[in-house]
Write a protein that binds this ligand. Structure first.
Ligand code: PLP
Length: 465
């Protein structure tokens, strides 16, 4: 089968990203553009259009309009996902050789740019849920404990990244966190890849957007948490801690010289769509339907975990002795495609389309899964074996340049990693180059790997000393 034929494949339910649910919830103007004029829209950077970097043209006008509307200094459309804009943001916060503070649930794109640009990551651990096996949202006291930590006393921190909300929808109250970092004079980048739509519905009892909380930089993934096409993203810039010209230079450094005009139009339309009164009402209805789905399923004893994002359904398969990977295969076989299997859970994304007849369908599938599994496992989440603050022994960029050898995970104990171990989704590294591999890490990696067949290679590159 060709790729293009596969792309036409129908599933009963597409409960994965992108959140436009296979075109059904695309912004109306984009939908029209794709339906009426295949390929007509594929234009180069004509003077009337310009590019996200130019100070003329329709793209510049749209960016300026949104910046004004949301009271930020500036904003940029991105066509290489939130990944691309996160990377440009990191480059604009830290110079080569400088340090940035990263949570352990940081996205892999940030690690990659640290490697490319020789920026030194300092990791801080997060609280962990013994129920879901997932990281919990960071609290102000926890962050303060980190910023006050002695290990950081003599290090100049160029910036900090906060991931909010998490992939599954857990969210912190972001404003106090941003204010705390600013009190320590540390610029803040919030990876809000999973929370773009929070910006538009302030009266829907959703978490506050980091854009409103005046974080220095905020990155949105418009295909994950708005209704844009895959690869579309947005970077919002606030305040004077980071110079606008520096950000523009760093975006320019990484961006293609031929940004796809359809993706750029998608950036504009997905944001504009949420500013239209009628559309907004429609999306608020989706949010309230999603809340109803959650309540109803819980009342029918389907084990869901509550998060702060109503559009995520997190099924706690582990509470019934079923790991998320086994559950994922079962749902997939039945045409219901989830987004994120993990050891204890399976996460589904409702997206922005109306989910008709969802509750019965979901409850029935859950019950058939339960009855189809005869031997249940005793599942206990394994806490990641990280210290509160850890600095890689060798800079990740250096570790990748040195001579390395591939060894079995068990033989890697005591050695320094020259590898990134990072299952996707969720794209959170379990080990990065430059870190010394302790026995607890290996035990944890092996236990994680045993859950999903393709999750981990049981080999790792380590430095030859
Ligand atoms: C927290 C987080 N940030 C950033 C990204 C990257 O987003 P994109 O796929 O738009 O590049 C992801 C992708 O999974 C993510 O989960």
């Amino acid at each position: 089968m060709s790729i293009s034929s596969f792309l036409r494949k129908k599933f009963s339910r597409a409960l994965f990203f992108p959140s436009h649910n296979r075109g059904k919830a695309l912004p109306p103007k984009l939908f029209q553009l794709l339906r009426d004029d295949p390929g007509l829209w594929d234009l180069p950077e004509l003077p009337e259009l310009g590019s996200p970097m130019s100070d003329f043209g329709l793209i510049n006008d749209a960016q300026n309009y949104f910046a004004k509307k949301f009271d930020v200094n500036s904003c940029w459309f991105g066509v290489n996902g939130a990944s691309g804009l996160l990377q440009s943001s990191i480059l604009s916060m830290a110079n080569p050789g400088e340090y940035i503070l990263l949570p352990r649930n940081i996205h892999i794109s940030v690690i990659k740019i640290c490697i490319v640009a020789n920026i030194m990551p300092i990791f801080f651990d997060l609280e962990f849920s013994e129920i879901s096996g997932q990281y919990l949202p960071i609290k102000k006291e926890w962050l303060k404990k980190i910023l006050d930590n002695n290990l950081l006393k003599n290090i100049k921190i160029a910036g900090i990244v906060l991931v909010n909300p998490h992939y599954q929808g857990y969210s912190s109250e972001i404003k106090p966190l941003v204010e705390l970092c600013h009190r320590f004079q540390i610029p803040v980048l919030v990876d809000e890849a999973h929370g773009s739509y929070f910006l538009f519905c302030e009266d829907s009892d959703l978490p506050n957007s980091a854009v409103k909380a005046k974080a220095d930089l905020v990155v949105h993934s418009l295909h994950k948490s708005l209704n844009g096409l895959t690869q579309t993203a947005m970077l919002w810039h606030h305040g004077n801690n980071i110079e606008k010209s520096k950000i523009a230079t760093k975006i320019n450094l990484l961006q293609t010289t031929s940004p796809n005009s359809l993706l750029i139009a998608s950036c504009e339309e997905s944001v504009k769509d949420w500013l239209e009164k009628d559309s907004l009402e429609k999306y608020k209805k989706r949010i309230s339907e999603a809340r109803n789905i959650y309540e109803e399923l819980v009342s029918r004893n389907v084990p869901l975990i509550k998060t702060d994002d109503p559009l995520k359904i997190v099924l706690n398969t582990g509470s019934y002795g079923i790991d998320g990977f086994t559950a994922d295969k079962f749902f997939y076989k039945n045409g219901v495609i989830a987004e994120l299997p993990e050891m204890m859970t399976l996460t589904f994304c409702l997206g922005f389309v109306e989910q008709t007849n969802f509750i019965n369908m979901f409850e029935n599938l859950w019950k058939s899964l339960l009855s189809s599994i005869i031997v249940r496992k005793e599942l206990k989440p394994i806490k990641p074996p990280f210290r509160l603050i850890e600095i890689p022994e060798i800079a990740p960029s250096e570790s990748l340049q040195r001579c390395s050898q591939k060894v079995n995970l068990k033989q890697s104990i005591g050695r320094i990693s020259a590898d990134i171990i990072c299952p996707y989704p969720p794209g959170i590294p379990l080990a990065i180059p430059g870190e010394r591999i302790h026995k607890e890490r290996v035990d944890w990696l092996i236990k994680q790997g045993l859950m999903g067949e393709n999750l981990l290679d049981f080999y790792i590159n380590v430095l030859i000393t």
